[in-house]
Design a protein around this ligand. Structure first.
Ligand code: NAD
Length: 399
């Protein structure tokens, strides 16, 4: 079928298989162009491996470190008359490229929050690799079913205490307007922490430890965000920020649990980037558009792959993780550069619909968003008929 983008607010309901493959290949090329990563882990489990930061982590581990990788995600396969999700096509392309380079890659499509998925992955590790030495936790989800009680938690993006009003970007038409988000109510904070906090990261590590499938020296990393003060009411000090605080609680607990293996748990604070998860957060897309403009002009702009390559190469496996005062790895350092933030502060006050394209990289925002779904990539013929039903090689076709 011929596949075109179908955008509904902050999601695109179609994905282009050839474009997604090209997007994955470009990420592989970035990592390979930087040469092998020294002391990289050899057997890596990535939870949330199909898009965004998790996909780039898997690519950096495999094509920079030569690692065998296992990936877990929740995606929809395509059919002859309907496209699958981008994460499905990304994984199909990743596995093909890994196979071509002689790298082990196996993927699991289903609910990472469930006990059944944890057991399936443990069985696969035992059967194929014996142990893993690195576990990346990169899930972003609006809901989570607690495996023991069956309770369904829902995460919300709300300020805490009072209504937050600020500028906002309509990413479909480029209108800069204002948004007011009412504060969290009832158990919104607890629900959000239950989904996006550290509980499931800890359950994964507990299960892997109990099964004896973590190697000596295992490292595990979960991803966080802090950002500038202008987004704090909706991010750092909002419901999602409470969940990110909970990740740090779990990081300390995991440090203790991994100590007998000489292992280490980290929280890595990453840069704000266009991903399926971040495009849903109010205010953040305008901030990202301003950020891209400033960082591209300074030559410090990175996408998820450059971020994850730097995380593996210069922090996690360099012997110099450079933790901050709270023990977190900071690959948001170039974003948080005071000169970058001073320019953004100034432009934040000035930006409106009329000057958006001058002050902010709205074109860059939109093209990054489309690329997430495989659209707008050079060298792809978007008028051609493509196979939308392509499989992920390691996932058996459904009966
Ligand atoms: P994303 O939406 O691109 O990726 C989410 C991943 O989680 C996908 O692989 C998806 O399939 C998987 N997933 C979701 N629900 C699942 C489930 N129930 N079972 C199995 N897999 C499931 O998101 P992202 O932006 O890459 O976010 C990953 C992490 O990075 C999050 O913790 C996020 O807060 C953090 N982070 C993001 C940014 C940013 O700007 N995007 C910045 C810093 C940190």
């Amino acid at each position: 079928m011929i596949v075109a983008p179908k955008i509904r607010g902050f999601i695109c309901t179609t994905a282009h298989p050839v474009g997604c493959a090209q997007h994955v290949q470009q990420q592989i090329d970035v990592v390979k162009s930087r040469g092998p990563i020294s002391n990289a882990p050899k057997k890596v489990l990535v939870i949330g491996s199909s898009t965004g930061y998790g996909l780039s982590s898997r690519i950096a581990a495999a094509f920079g470190g030569g690692a065998a990788t296992l990936g877990v995600f929740f995606e929809r396969p395509g059919a002859a008359d309907r496209t699958g999700t981008a994460g499905w096509y990304n994984t199909a392309a990743f596995e093909k490229a890994a196979q071509a380079d002689g790298l082990y890659a196996r993927s699991f499509n289903g609910d990472a929050y469930s006990d059944a998925m944890k057991q399936t992955v443990i069985d696969a590790i035992k059967a194929d690799l014996g142990q893993v030495d690195c576990v990346i936790y990169s899930l972003a989800s609006p809901r989570r079913t607690e495996p023991k009680t069956g309770e369904v938690f829902k995460s919300v993006l709300k300020p805490i205490g009072e209504t937050y009003t600020n500028k906002n970007l309509n990413t479909t038409n480029g209108e800069v307007n204002e948004v007011s988000i009412p504060p969290a109510q009832g158990d919104d904070v607890e629900q959000t922490v239950a989904v996006m906090g550290g509980a499931d990261w800890e359950l994964w590590l507990d299960a892997l430890l109990a099964a004896g499938v973590l190697a000596e020296g295992t490292r595990t990393v979960a991803y966080s965000y802090i950002g500038p003060e202008l987004t704090w009411p909706i991010y750092k000090n909002g419901t999602i920020g409470k969940a990110k605080e909970d990740l740090e609680r779990v990081q300390r607990a995991l440090d203790t649990k991994l100590a007998p293996l000489n292992g280490k748990a980290w929280v890595s604070v990453n840069k704000a980037l266009v991903t399926q998860a971040s495009s849903a957060i109010p205010v953040v897309p305008l901030y990202i558009s301003l950020l891209y403009q400033v960082m591209k002009a300074r030559g410090t702009h990175e996408d998820t792959i450059e971020q994850m390559d730097r995380l593996f190469r210069d922090r996690l496996y360099s012997g110099h993780p450079q933790p901050d005062e709270a023990g977190r790895i900071r690959v948001d350092d170039w974003e948080m550069d005071p000169e970058v933030q001073a320019l953004i502060d100034q432009r934040w006050n000035e930006v409106d619909t009329a000057n958006l394209k001058e002050l902010a990289d709205f074109d860059g925002y939109q093209s990054s968003f489309l690329r997430l779904f495989g659209f707008g990539l050079d060298g792809v013929d978007y008028t051609a008929d493509v196979d939308t039903a392509l499989p992920v090689p390691s996932i058996p076709a459904e009966a």
